[in-house]
Design a protein around this ligand. Structure first.
Ligand code: Q9C
Ligand code: ZN
Length: 334
């Protein structure tokens, strides 16, 4: 199986994040990417597809923000990483914002995703890895994988958050649509709900989004991922949320994934994109499911049994010492 990764994906390294009222070391580390690489035989450098596929999903003002925010931050006399502190929740409308603090709030959904001088570059190459894996599958490979770090599924069309800046699953799905695939399905099996992916395709009937995740009643991102969220307009019925409780083990997770795969099969897509998070692992430091390393191979076998051409993209997974073997287990199932 072809695997894509670019060393520039290592550069993004925020110092700390705001967690439960205190600053703690940032969980989404470059060491995660090294662990992902260590879990596989060899990776290829991606092809550069430019910014157009990113701009096919993300707002132009948001992309400009990602590229310029750090320089604006320095110009304002700041040091360290860009972090917002005010959000336009109740006054969200078209304003000509110039102040970095206003922009940081406008273009983010949380305070756990600092932006550094390298965030754009790392997210850009993470996205090129995803697009290169898509190319391999469009060229006839049954499955290909991109080691996407930083991850993507919390990023919306015009906001960052949850350690995510560019939504690789959404960019790959849109690129597949633009390559002529009429219907694309995204299966998200990260521990957290992929709010950004859901938002991007919320009112579209051409991309199915199915997610198995921790119940947002107890877990980030709280405001998305509830079972009654099914999409709207042309997208009504093409969003499926399957929340599960803390302590979930493979039996319940596998059953929920089977429900998602049944719905995806009825949608009859030409391509499947898997947002794979290993933060469902029993040893994950920021999550509360209890999957074991060998369980991931079983999940992948169930996915492979659909027979769909499949692009695997990595999302979360913070038990760094186990991340490589968890990814290896998952990929072995294909
Ligand atoms: N107390 C992914 O797995 N946690 N993102 C914030 C603040 C954010 C996880 C905690 C978790 C995001 C891709
Ligand atoms: Zn996650």
């Amino acid at each position: 199986m072809r695997l894509f990764f670019d060393p520039r994906q290592l550069d993004h390294a925020p110092a700390q994040e705001l967690h439960n009222g205190a600053f703690v070391p940032y969980a989404e580390t470059p060491a995660r990417a090294q662990a992902l690489c260590a879990g596989v035989h060899a990776t290829e450098s991606p092809t550069d597809h430019g910014e157009a596929p990113i701009l096919a999903v993300h707002d132009a003002g948001y992309v400009a923000y990602l590229k310029t925010a750090y320089d604006r931050w320095l110009a304002a006399g700041r040091s360290g990483d860009v972090m917002g502190y005010i959000w336009p929740v109740v006054r969200r409308r078209a304003l000509d914002l110039t102040r970095i603090d206003a922009l940081a709030g406008r273009y983010s959904m949380d305070s756990s995703t600092p932006l550094t001088a390298d965030s754009w570059t790392s997210a850009y190459w993470s996205t090129q890895s995803a697009l290169s894996a898509l190319d391999a599958v469009l060229a006839g490979d049954r499955v290909a994988t991109a080691l996407c770090r930083p991850p993507g599924h919390h990023a919306g069309a015009d906001y960052l958050g949850g350690y995510c800046f560019i939504n690789q699953a959404a960019v790959a799905a849109q690129a597949a649509r633009d390559a002529g695939i009429a219907r694309v399905a995204i299966l998200d099996i990260d521990y957290h709900h992929g709010n950004g992916t859901q938002d991007i395709f919320w009112d579209r009937g051409d991309v199915f989004y199915a997610s198995v995740h921790a119940d947002p009643a107890t877990d980030f991102p709280f405001y998305w991922g509830h079972a009654d969220e099914v999409g709207e307009g042309a997208g009504e019925g093409t969003t499926l949320n399957l929340p599960l409780p803390h302590g979930t083990t493979i039996a319940a997770f596998r059953a929920a994934q089977a429900t998602a795969l049944d719905a995806i099969a009825r949608f009859d897509p030409g391509l499947l994109i898997v947002s794979f998070g290993a933060d469902t692992f029993e040893g994950d430091p920021i999550a509360n499911f209890a999957l074991k390393t060998s369980d991931y191979a079983m999940l992948a076998r169930d996915i492979a049994a659909t027979g769909l051409p499949t692009v695997v993209l990595t999302e979360g997974g913070y038990a760094v010492d186990n991340l490589g073997e968890n990814l290896a287990s998952f990929l072995s199932g294909f």
